[in-house]
Ligand binder design. Structure first.
Ligand code: ATP
Length: 351
């Protein structure tokens, strides 16, 4: 368990700047996620932390140690890859033992630690199996065991579940979190999958074009996004363009809504362009006389536990609305419906 700190990291590949002056502190024992669109720099940041890339500028610290120029195996960090990177012609045990043999650990000790690592990932007794006799999910457990066997302080994971089917991915989410917590590891995890991050992370960083846009626990990133990029990236949302008026009021075509600033203290000048973010589940369908927004249902998707509507407002904007445990099933058509949303669920963002 060790603190990981990135201090002013810039990474350039020729003309491409993958990271721009990125600073980040990850607390000991934390499971921290790097999230963002394709090409935003998350893998490059993880690889700089792992020692697989050397930053062009800036430093990486593990606790008090400056590890910027240390090779991976001297950082006491282990990496798990999307591709598993196992040796197909070796047994499970041989794959896991490999790192210890390289470190010249004594044979008996290797055997003991391989068994211990297999227990951690719930594959006890399978050391003698061939890799090709293991399922995809089991192979990812083997690659986790191989990372854990060197007793790292930090576990670095690069999209570790991308190659698994949907059901296994769900199971492995809690498994990986358990492994990180039970072994007192500091975990850094890169993913495209926002639901993976929301369900597993202690905190996360959302990145865009080589910079970190927001850092926080999942509920803060979801409920108080600081930009429309973050709001749109984490979860579904409706983004409405409007114009700032007095006292957090925002004028949108055909209505004026009262909003809550995404960043505390954000007070746009009257008349300036802003964006409103409204989550589909924060909207209630009511009688049109009881709401400031109104329109017609143009689409309905019934999913049992919830129902999704697309509602076209009078100005043509389409709003997504989700109702949990729906009691009334409304049909698309000519009837007008009102959309009600509480002030705290209308997030005011800079445009
Ligand atoms: P993805 O989710 O698609 O894997 P990412 O957020 O992990 O994306 P990176 O792989 O970190 O993004 O890449 C960031 C930028 O740096 C991209 O523009 C990418 O093309 C570039 N890049 C990354 N590695 C190299 C390299 N070895 N040589 C040249 N350019 C690179």
């Amino acid at each position: 368990m060790e603190e990981i700190r990135a201090d002013g990291i810039t990474k350039r590949f020729g003309d491409v700047t993958a990271l721009r002056n990125v600073s980040l502190e990850i607390a000991p024992g934390e499971l921290f996620f790097l999230l963002g669109g394709s090409g935003c720099g998350k893998t490059t940041l993880l690889r700089c932390i792992a020692g697989l890339e050397i930053p062009t500028e800036g430093k990486v610290f593990f606790g008090d140690r400056d590890v910027t120029d240390l090779p991976t195996h001297k950082r006491e960090a282990a990496m798990v890859f999307q591709s598993y990177a196992l040796w197909p012609h070796m047994t499970v045990g041989q794959n896991i033992a490999f790192g210890l043999e390289e470190r010249k650990v004594e044979k008996k000790e290797i055997q003991r630690r391989v068994e211990e690592a297999l227990e951690m990932v719930k594959l006890d007794g399978l050391a003698k199996r061939g890799i090709d006799q293991m399922s995809g999910g089991q192979q990812q457990r083997v690659s986790l065991a191989r990372a854990l066997v060197v007793r790292p302080k930090c576990l670095l994971l690069d999209e570790p579940l991308s190659n698994l089917d949907a059901q296994l991915r769900l199971e492995m989410r809690s498994e990986i979190r358990r492994i990180v917590k039970e072994n007192d590891l500091t975990g850094v995890y890169v993913t495209h999958d926002q639901s993976e991050a929301l369900s597993m992370a202690d905190r996360m960083a959302v990145m865009d074009e080589g910079v970190i846009v927001q850092v926080g626990p999942p509920e803060v990133i979801y409920r108080q996004p600081v930009t429309s990029y973050v709001a749109g990236f984490i979860g579904e949302t409706n983004l409405l363009r409007g114009t700032a008026r007095e006292g957090n009021q925002v004028e949108i075509p055909g209505a004026t809504l009262v909003a809550t600033p995404g960043v505390e203290g954000f007070q746009p000048a009257t008349g300036s362009p802003v964006i409103l973010s409204i989550r589909p589940e924060a909207i209630e369908i009511v009688n049109p006389t009881q709401a400031t927004l109104a329109g017609k249902i143009i689409e309905r998707i019934y999913l049992g536990s919830l129902i999704q509507y697309a509602v076209k407002l009078d100005d043509g904007t389409v709003m997504q609305v989700t109702e949990q445990n729906p009691q009334i099933i409304r049909s698309p058509g000519e009837n007008r419906v009102g959309l009600k949303v509480a002030t705290e669920d209308v997030t005011l963002l800079e445009r």
